[in-house]
Design a protein around this ligand. Sequence first.
Ligand code: AMP
Length: 182
Amino acid sequence: MSQTALDNDLKSAIRTIPDYPKPGIMFRDITTLLGDARAFRRAVDELVQPWAGSKIDKVAGIEARGFILGGAVAHQVSAGFVPIRKKGKLPHKRVSVTYALEYGTDEIEIHADALVKGEKVVLVDDLIATGGTAEAAIKLLRQLGAQVLAACFVIDLPELGGAEKLRKLDVPVRTLVSFEGH
Ligand code: AMP
C-alpha cells in the first residue's frame, strides 16, 4: 500500500475533538482507531515495519495510550514490554526524569531493572507533538544503557517539531499519519 493510501486509511479511523482538554487544542482521539480491528492491526504492523527483520529485545510504551499500542507491537515482534509511567505508579526501584511542559514540569519513570545494558529497544506512543515526553523517555532508556533503535508514533504533529527533535538525538522516527496544527 502507498504511503498516501495508508495515511488516508488510518487518518479516517482517528477522531478529532476540538477544544479538548482545553480551548484551542485539537485532540486526536485514537480510541476509534483501536476499536476498528482492521485499522488497529494495520497501525501495529506498520509502526515497526522498517525494523521487521531486526532483533528487538524490548518495546517501551509511554503511559497510557503507548501501553495499548506498545503491548500489541511487542507481541507482534516477539519482544518484551516495558512501561514508562507517570511519577509514583511503578512499585519497584525506579529511575526518573523531569521534563518541561508548556506550563510547569512533569516526571516519568522506568523500573531500574526493566532493561539490561545493550538491549535493543523501540519506543512507542500514540502521538508526537513537541517531543518533550519522548525525549524524556529516550533519556531514561539510555540511562539504563539501552540502544534505542527507533521511536514510533501513529500520529505526527510536524509543526510542533517533535520528530525533528528526536532525529537530532540520533533516534530514527517512524510516524504513520500527520495532522496540521497543534
Ligand atoms: P509531547 O510531549 O508534546 O510530544 O506530547 C505528546 C504526548 O501528549 C503524547 O503522549 C500524546 O498522547 C499527548 N498529546 C499531545 N498533543 C495531543 C493532541 N493534540 N491530541 C492527543 N494527544 C496529544
